[in-house]
Design a protein around this ligand. Sequence first.
Ligand code: SF4
Ligand code: SF4
Length: 98
Amino acid sequence: MSKDKIVAIPNIPTPNKPVIFNPDICKGCNICVEVCQVDVYIPHPEKGKPPIILHPEECWYCGCCVNDCPRPGAIEFNWPLQQRGYWKNKTTGEVHQI
Ligand code: SF4
Ligand code: SF4
C-alpha cells in the first residue's frame, strides 16, 4: 500500500519572517499554530521543533501567537522596517528601538 506524500511549499516571492523562533526555548507545542487566525504556520513534521512559517505574507501582526506562547523567549516579532519604532534620548543621544 502506498503512503501519501504531503508537500508544503512556502511562498518564495515573499521570504520574510514575521516572527523569529528560538529553537532552544520552543518545544513545538504548536499553540501558536492553533491561535493564528490566518494560518501563517504549520506544525513541524519533527515533534518538538518550532513550527514552519508557511505563509509569512499573511501575517497582520495581531500578536496572538507571541502573547499565547507559554514559553517566554520562544517566539518574538520581527517587525518590518517601516513598522519599527525608534526614539532618541535628548539628553544622552542614545537611540532605542522597540
Ligand atoms: S513558539 Fe511557543 S507556542 Fe509556538 S510552538 Fe514554540 S513553545 Fe509552542
Ligand atoms: S501575529 Fe497574528 S497573524 Fe501573525 S502569525 Fe501571529 S497570530 Fe498569525
